[in-house]
Design a protein. Structure first.
Ligand code: ADE
Length: 241
């Protein structure tokens, strides 16, 4: 059985979208993962197939109804897959979460819309609320595409060995070092000398130091975590570009 994604959304036409292309698209075609979409509107109430209502306690915006959401969740096949809700209120998504999801059998994903979802249905299903960053999208669909892209590329057979063998940002808690290719000089800018030296130990040391310098400059949060777990080799590191 391949890895399975079940999506509950008001906009099923947004899927597979970008996931139908490139690595994820090829993997979808060859059956390395599969995708099912479910239209929440199918479970809407009344003539207008209404899915939302005004918030108790007042305030702007509309809230997705628990009964409608519950019917949508029930309609998703593979009811035993972990249930994830994309919402700016969620825990921030990190690469360890992505690896955890990729190691499992698949995910059921609810894409939020409007002001939010009735909390009771999320609690009743022990849904994991996840955010892809500290900004507000108009809905959870682009966030679901981001989540699935990150997970699918980790599934066995999706990445070629050239891609999967690469040192990646976050794999060891550091951002990746900068990359260079031919020509060795471009518009008066030279590639760092050491990369042309053929000295593999020196290249590895330079890359490590560059990763540390970039992480320290751009992501003080990651850098502080890194410094707690290992002794950095920052001395002699190039300035972060
Ligand atoms: N829906 C709206 N904004 C979001 C975000 N930042 N992450 C996940 N889902 C969202």
């Amino acid at each position: 059985m391949s890895w399975r994604a079940e999506i509950l959304t008001l906009f099923p036409g947004m899927f597979p979208g970008p996931l139908g292309h490139s690595l994820a698209g090829r993997a979808l075609e060859t059956g390395l993962w599969s995708l099912g979409t479910h239209d929440l509107r199918d479970h809407g109430l009344g003539r207008h197939r209404s899915v939302d209502d005004v918030p108790f306690g007042g305030g702007a915006g509309m809230v997705l109804r628990p009964d409608v959401l519950d019917a949508g969740i029930a309609a998703m096949a593979a009811g035993d897959l972990p249930l994830v809700v994309l919402t700016p209120r969620g825990r921030p998504l990190g690469q360890p979460d992505v690896a955890r999801f990729a190691a499992g059998p698949g995910l059921r994903v609810i894409c939020g819309r409007f002001e939010g979802m009735d909390q009771r249905v999320l609690d009743a299903h022990a849904a994991e609320e996840i955010s892809i960053g500290d900004y507000v999208l108009s809905g959870g669909e682009p966030a679901a595409l981001v989540l699935l892209d990150a997970v699918v590329r980790l599934l066995p057979g999706v990445m070629g060995s050239a891609e999967s063998g690469r040192d990646e940002s976050f794999a060891d808690g550091l951002l990746e070092y900068p990359h260079y290719t031919r020509p060795a000089e471009w518009c008066g800018r030279a590639v760092p000398e050491v990369l042309l030296s053929g000295n593999h130990a020196a290249i590895a040391a330079w890359r490590r130091a560059a990763s540390e310098a970039i992480t320290a400059a751009r992501r003080p949060d990651l850098w502080a975590l890194h410094c707690r777990s290992v002794t950095p080799t920052l001395a002699g590191a190039p300035a972060a570009p």
